[in-house]
Design a protein around this ligand. Sequence first.
Ligand SMILES: Nc1ncnc2c1ncn2[C@@H]1O[C@H](COP(=O)(O)OP(=O)(O)OP(=O)(O)O)[C@@H](O)[C@H]1O
Ligand SMILES: [Mg+2]
Length: 237
Amino acid sequence: MAVIEINGLQKSYRTHKALDSVTLTVERGEIFGILGPNGAGKTTVVECASGLRKPDGGTLRVLGMDPRTRRHELLQRIGAQLQEAALPDAIKVGEALRMYASFYDKPADWRALMQEWGLAEKKRARFAGLSGGWKQRLFIALALVGNPEVVFLDELTTGLDPAARRLTWGLIRDMRDRGVTVVLVTHFMDEAEALCDRIAVIDQGRVVHEGSPGELIDRSHAGSLEDAYFTLIERTV
Ligand SMILES: Nc1ncnc2c1ncn2[C@@H]1O[C@H](COP(=O)(O)OP(=O)(O)OP(=O)(O)O)[C@@H](O)[C@H]1O
Ligand SMILES: [Mg+2]
């Protein structure tokens, strides 16, 4: 069953066409990767699908709902870790988790999430004093605090140390195994190859390739997703 259906999605910022016509489908319970060069439109797709930006055209359904008209209902059932998220400097880790949990009708146990993400030792630390990687961990926990059915993770592992990155991979697989659908934007090809069931490569506001990592590798006669990516992108520019 499709949980995200995007058809001919368009979005312009003033005169710049960020999304030309994006069409893609994400099935329930999969880890769906979105890859593509800087400025390709990946974050814009995620922001439109999570109700944070209004597209100019095309159709969009997430869990059967149009984010343009049923935003509030949708926000109760999705989670998002966004590329440029921020919190007030003075808020403490524990307070942020408790506050986010209060936004949801059926929240997860925020204390358990804090433990799971290794944040318990930082419970009383203020946001401004956290290192980049600790901020990332907090944003991941915040994305999950509403017990979401779909999670959008935009460059989740950027800034994490290698151990935290591997830990995060395990937790993303756990999410999928619990039936959560994960949309993962990443620039790390090893990460996409290891985690994603299917991938869409976006370039200049369009999906230019779609398939499982294995299919993309076979299609380009490459040895790895990284090699495949360069071959495929080179062909389209
Ligand atoms: N708020 C905005 N105002 C104007 N232009 C924007 C805005 N947000 C994005 N853009 C432009 O839209 C295009 C797509 O941006 P987007 O952030 O979706 O790309 P991306 O694929 O996520 O890139 P990155 O890999 O660098 O995160 C870019 O050309 C960008 O400059
Ligand atoms: Mg982006």
